[in-house]
Each structure stands twice: as structure tokens, then as C-alpha cells.
Design a protein around this ligand. Structure first.
Ligand code: PMP
Length: 364
């Protein structure tokens, strides 16, 4: 048996994959697969509409918010957010707490003025408290990344923004893992390939009044207004990915909804962080306790800097037991266990058991 701890593309629920398999050659009685179906057909139309409605229900998305399905991934949205919003005042505030928000800020700087809300961090292991931020009341929007996938830093609060300034969040790697109040945001986006489906689809939730403020040069496929007017069918959407994502939404609904996902995420991440904290420094997680990610748990073995040989040995042992894709991101090294919604508590327990055994065998 293989247990997939990948950071993304990542594990999908087994029940969903089995359903995809069973329906692959004959999707909903059509006699063809979803991949061969016109995106203009009523059969496909129902698939997309149901997915969007289920997402609206899962997150209690208010009626003055649109849900758009686009392509281009998280990186596409780094540009899209700026192209669609930065023209409001010409500048935007970015809270840079890790690799992904840093990349988003660089992309946005091509289209307008980007202000850094906090001084550059020496290490991405913390989220400076909001009282230290410098927010511009004239910014087009305030941007942050709710969960930094590479460094394992997850916000423990929703930022407060100046009156009238919309809040934009990249939730690519913790989307649908905890409930949140959509009405606090102007835009939320998430690439699908971590918590909600195959790579290729990006979900955007945007407040209606923010649609139509794009720069004139915005490419059509990144244009929120055009996408909205065309019900996310401006051009051929990633139909297979949207179909699978819809099945994942159904799976979440039958597994306790977002509250159920939150409960599981808390239990799974606690298992791993407890072992790290009780290992007297043998395992080391550099991230401040209050912002440790429930989705991506990064840690070193042997010392804070990591002992290369021990980490290699650990990865090999994990692999021998079927636990794969545990290597840390190439920019930070070490180990990273990603515990997205589809990873079960029992699977996480297996990793916990391996960590405990490895600690006992190798301490001192
Ligand atoms: N934001 C976050 C938080 C991510 O983790 C990633 C991808 N790992 C991205 C953005 C970029 O997404 P994509 O590869 O879909 O462009």
C-alpha cells in the first residue's frame, strides 16, 4: 500500500477515484467519457453547475459573490488578481510571509505599485502580528497567502483591512480545510491540485462589485468580468478536472462538510507536531507554534539545520513502508509531510509511528 504525503499535486480521496474509474467510459449515462463531451452540452453543463452550487453550499458563499472556474493555476491568479484589481487606485498592499506571497508580489509589480506591508522577513517562519503592519488606506487591495505551502506557515487570523479596501487571499493549499467567513474577503482563489482535485482548475470567489475594474490590457482568459459573463465557459474549461473536483465536493459533503475537514486536519497535524515537540530537538520544526500549518508540516531531523544522512535514511525507511513524496521543497530541504483532506488519520498515524520508531533508534 502506498501513502501519498505529496505537497501537490496530492492525494485525492480513494472513493472519488473509484467513482471516476467506474464512470470513465460512460459518464452519467452519456455513453462517452467526460473528456469527450462538449463543454456546451447540457450533460457537461449540469456537472459544472452542480460543482459550483455544492461549493457555494459548503462555504456558505453569500449571493453577492461569484464563483469562477479558471485555468492558469495559482500563478495565473498572481497576475489575474493584479490585472483585475490593481487599477482601482494603482497600488496594492502585499503581506509577504513565504515563497508564494513573495512570487505573487513580484508578478503584481508588473502591473502597478506594490507596497510591502511588513519589513522583509529573514526567514519565513512567522506571521508578524497585525498591529505591526503598515496598511495603506488607499491600496486597491490587501493580499496575503493563507497557507504558505513551502514553509508550512498558516495564518491563525483573518487580517483586518482599512474600510473599503478588499482583502485578497491565496488559499491554494488550505482551501476547504477549515470554515471561514467569505464576506470578509474581496477575492479568494485556490489552485485545485492540493485539496480539491486534479491540476488544471483554479477556483475564484469574487465579490460582485469588484468585477469590471480590470486594466484594459487584461487577457480575456484572466478577465473576471468576461469569465463571469460567460459562466466560466468563455473558452473550453478543463472539463475532466472540474468533473473530479465536483466529486470531491460531494465527498466533503458526505464526510462532515468543512467542519469535518477541520476536525480531521487538527487531529492529523497534532499527531505529527506532538512527536516533533516531544523529541527533545531530534525532530525540529522552525515555524512559530501559533502559525504552524495543519496542511504542510516541515521538519528537520537530527538538528535544526538537519542531518543529511539521517534525513536520507528516514526518507528511505518511509519509502520502504510505502510512504512517499515526503521530501521537503528543494528551496528549504528536510522533510515535509502534507496532510491534505484526502490523507486519512490512519495514514497519518503510520507516519507518526515511523517517526517515533526512528527517534527511538537514532536519538544520541
Ligand atoms: N499558491 C500556493 C499557496 C501554492 O502552494 C502554489 C503551488 N504549489 C501556488 C500558489 C502556485 O500554483 P500553480 O502551480 O498552480 O501555479
Amino acid at each position: 500500500m502506498v501513502i501519498n504525503f505529496a505537497a501537490g499535486p496530492a492525494k485525492l480521496p480513494e472513493e472519488v477515484l473509484k467513482e471516476v474509474q467506474a464512470n470513465l467510459l460512460n459518464c452519467n449515462g452519456s455513453g462517452i467519457s467526460v473528456m469527450e463531451m462538449s463543454h456546451r452540452s447540457s450533460n457537461y453543463g449540469k456537472i459544472q453547475e452542480t460543482a459550483i452550487n455544492d461549493l457555494r453550499e459548503l462555504l456558505n458563499v453569500p449571493s453577492n459573490y461569484k464563483i469562477l472556474l479558471m485555468q492558469g493555476g495559482g500563478t495565473g491568479q498572481f497576475a489575474a488578481v493584479a490585472l483585475n484589481l490593481i487599477g482601482i487606485t494603482g497600488s496594492a498592499d502585499y503581506v509577504i510571509t513565504g515563497s508564494w506571497s513573495s512570487k505573487a508580489a513580484k508578478e503584481a509589480a508588473q502591473y502597478g505599485k506594490v507596497n510591502a506591508v511588513i519589513p522583509k522577513l529573514a526567514k519565513y517562519t512567522t506571521v508578524p502580528r497585525q498591529s505591526t503592519w503598515q496598511l495603506d488606506p488607499k491600496a486597491s487591495y490587501v493580499y496575503y497567502c493563507d497557507n504558505e505551502t513551502v514553509e508550512g506557515v498558516e495564518f491563525d487570523f483573518i487580517p483586518e483591512v482599512p474600510e473599503g479596501v478588499p482583502l485578497v487571499a491565496d488559499m491554494s493549499s488550505n482551501f476547504l480545510s477549515r470554515p471561514f467567513d467569505v464576506s470578509k474577503f474581496g477575492v479568494i482563489f485556490a489552485g485545485a491540485q492540493k485539496n480539491i482535485g486534479p491540476a488544471g482548475t483554479t477556483v475564484i470567489i469574487v465579490r460582485e462589485d469588484l468585477i469590471g475594474k480590470h486594466l484594459k490590457t487584461t487577457p480575456s482568459i484572466l478577465n473576471f468580468e468576461l469569465m463571469d459573463k460567460n459562466s466560466s465557459l468563455l473558452n473550453t474549461p478543463p472539463t475532466f478536472g472540474i468533473y473530479v473536483m465536483g466529486l470531491v465536493f460531494k465527498w466533503i459533503k458526505t464526510n462532515g462538510g468543512i467542519a469535518g475537514m477541520e476536525k480531521q486536519s487538527a487531529a492529523k497535524s497534532k499527531l505529527i507536531y506532538d512527536i516533533i515537540d516531544q523529541s527533545e530537538g531530534f525532530f525540529y520544526c522552525p515555524v512559530d507554534t501559533n502559525v504552524r500549518s495543519r496542511m504542510n508540516v516541515p521538519f528537520r531531523i537530527g538538528s535544526a539545520a538537519g542531518d543529511d544522512a539521517l534525513e536520507k535514511e528516514f526518507l528511505a525507511k518511509a519509502e520502504a513502508e510505502g510512504m512517499i513524496q515526503l521530501k521537503g521543497h528543494r528551496s528549504v530541504g528536510g522533510i515535509r509531510a502534507s496532510l491534505y483532506n484526502a490523507v486519512t488519520l490512519a495514514e497519518t498515524q503510520k507516519l507518526a509511528n515511523l517517526m517515533l520508531a526512528f527517534y527511538k533508534n537514532n536519538k544520541n
